[in-house]
Structures are given as C-alpha cells and as structure tokens.
Write a protein that binds this ligand. Structure first.
Ligand SMILES: O=C(CO)[C@@H](O)[C@H](O)COP(=O)(O)O
Length: 222
C-alpha cells in the first residue's frame, strides 16, 4: 500500500490542530515532522514538546525526520514524545549503525535519509538494518521547493538496491511532490509520499488530502 504523509512544516501553525484533523479525515496515513536545528540545515522548526502535544490527539503514526546535529542526544526525547518513526541523515552521522540501533531499541522504526547530492552507494551497508530510507527530492531545510528531476532516476536505482539487499525496506520520498507528479513518484517506487505545500497551500486541506490519497489508491489498481 502506498502511504501519504502530510508534512506539517507547510501548515498554518495558528490553526495546526484543525489542519491536522483535516488531513486525518482526508485519509493521511502518517504525519511527517521536519525537525530542524539551524545547524545541519539553515532553518529552525520545532522540538519534542510539539510532537508530544499532537500525539495526545492523533491516531496515526508520527514520522520524525531529524535534520539536526547530535542525534543520539535527541532520539530518546523524540521517541518518548511519541515518534513512531525516526529518520536520521547519512551525511552527518559518523556512527550511523549505533544511532539506528538506538532508535530500534526504543521501539520506533528506524530510517536513514539521503540528500539529493549524496551518492546512493553510501546506503549499501545501512540497508541491511534500517526499516526505511527517506530519499530527499529537494535539499532539506524549507517547504515549497521544486522537485529535483533527477530524483526519479535515483528512486528507480534505490528501488533496485532495496530489492537486491533488503526488500523489506520501505522507500519514502520527500520534497516537491504535488498533484501533478505524485503518480510518477509512486510508480517509480515510492512507498511513502511526503507532501507539504501540495496539501497545506490549498484552501480545502481535507479535500486536497483526499484527492492525493485517491491518486495513490488508483496507482495501485493499475
Ligand atoms: O523535509 C522537507 C524540507 O526540508 C520536506 O518535508 C518539505 O517540508 C516538503 O515540503 P514540500 O516540498 O512538499 O512543500
């Protein structure tokens, strides 16, 4: 099944609760959290207290993408706050095996994230022990950027690597996914599709979520 993961980075934070309820009613499968520290990426967003508040009212899994330094210090806090999935970057984690094992030992699904300019070959070893890979199709840091076209080719190659090394690994794709390209990304091998502005920039957030979810359902019927 293809999963739709709205990214709250593009939500209207004044109306966050209302907008989260709308995406859930619209058929969202996961809620994606872009955690940024102003060091690894040039933007600052939110920490575990925000996840903790949302978790109390949210019946779908929370997916935390950590764009931060010093992940081992914060992984336990995010999982305690309610993250069901936690992903960390291949680019800034020297002891990635240890960090992935830490995530799993605390009961969450563990993911590795790869930026658009990083060779896919770096994932070869880590594919043996992660639950999912998050392939960035924009440079991390901001919502509303354009999908980098080469990401489709990278996605197809990543799918081949996953099939050859560990077919249980899910592939999540994030950045610049909209109504216009969501089917192409799903067909190229994405299992989880993260959508920020492609949902929250619309007037009717619930209807837009439903529309994208129906597109994903239709992609599986073919
Ligand atoms: O991780 C990121 C940005 O760093 C993404 O999750 C974006 O938030 C997706 O937003 P859109 O590109 O869909 O607007």
């Amino acid at each position: 099944m293809k999963l739709l993961a709205p990214s709250i980075l593009s939500a209207d934070f004044y109306r966050l609760g209302e907008q989260i309820e709308a995406v859930i009613k619209g058929g969202a499968d996961l809620l994606h959290f872009d955690v940024m520290d102003g060091h690894f990426v040039p933007n600052i967003t939110f920490g575990p207290v925000v996840l903790e508040s949302i978790k109390k009212h949210c019946n779908i899994p929370l997916d935390a993408h950590l764009m931060i330094e010093n992940v081992d210090k914060y992984i336990p806090e995010f999982i305690k706050a309610g993250a069901d999935m936690v992903s960390i970057h291949i680019e800034n984690n020297y002891h990635i095996h240890r960090s992935i094992e830490l995530i799993k030992s605390l009961g969450a699904k563990a993911g590795v994230v790869i930026n658009p300019g990083t060779p896919l070959s770096l994932l070869e070893e880590v594919l043996h022990y992660v639950d999912f890979v998050l392939l960035m199709s924009v440079n991390p840091g901001f919502g509303g950027q354009k999908f980098i076209p080469r990401s489709l080719e990278r996605l197809r190659r990543l799918k081949e690597m996953v099939n050859a090394i560990n077919p249980k690994v899910l592939i999540e794709v994030d950045g610049g996914i909209k109504e216009e390209n969501i089917l192409e990304v799903a067909r190229a091998g994405a299992d989880i599709l993260v959508v920020g502005s492609g949902i929250f920039a619309h007037q009717d957030v619930q209807a837009q979520t439903r529309k994208l979810k129906n597109l994903l359902i239709s992609s599986e019927a073919l």
